[in-house]
Design a protein around this ligand. Sequence first.
Ligand code: DX5
Ligand code: ZN
Length: 221
Amino acid sequence: MGIQIAPSILTADFLNLSSELERIKSADLVHVDVMDNQFVTNLTIGPMVVERIVKEGPLPVDAHLMIADADRWAPQYAEMGCASVTFHAEAAIAPVKLARELRALGSKAALALRPGTDIAPYVDLLPEFDMILLMTVEPGFGGQKFLDVVLPKIERTRAAIAASGLEVRLQIDGGVSVETIERASAAGADVFVAGSAVYNAEDAAAEIATLRELARNSHRH
Ligand code: DX5
Ligand code: ZN
């Protein structure tokens, strides 16, 4: 499985979403951050806007749900055609049931962990997921500093995936830039979300290409 770059539209101009999506069309996925002002102290967009991005946008949608009661609210994102739906371990009562529901609806299922949530209790659940997302900032806002303290967890998670023999992707999200992507890739991440690094760049396509190149060259898994 190759490296994937998934720009987050959190730092995009929300008044001009279609042109902002065009700027990143050389990426692999578009990462869409859904926040409900309960699970995190920020509020973004919900199903109506995400569905428009699924239908009209140039890229498969990687939906990152930072919402409470994921068991109840996540399936509609699979139903509307998101390529993958990521819910937080801290926000789901029945992660296995929910992951199975998402897959049955035709979407990939992914489990997200905040920086302080350990991977150990979830290792046995790897067969239920297509991707694990390790947050490298506390979720809620773009433009925060990459948390190097998460690197050992990236390594442990990569080792657990390798030991399982499964094709599970390992995504990181938060503070990804040309300064940080190499060490995250060396630790074992293979899907990289980058919001401010891509959208604040003069040339978003060039930034995506640079990030991809750096991640590829430092990946050793
Ligand atoms: C933060 C979001 C991220 C955010 C990343 O809670 O989940 O996807 O957009 O932004 P940067 O890349 O600026 O840290
Ligand atoms: Zn995100």
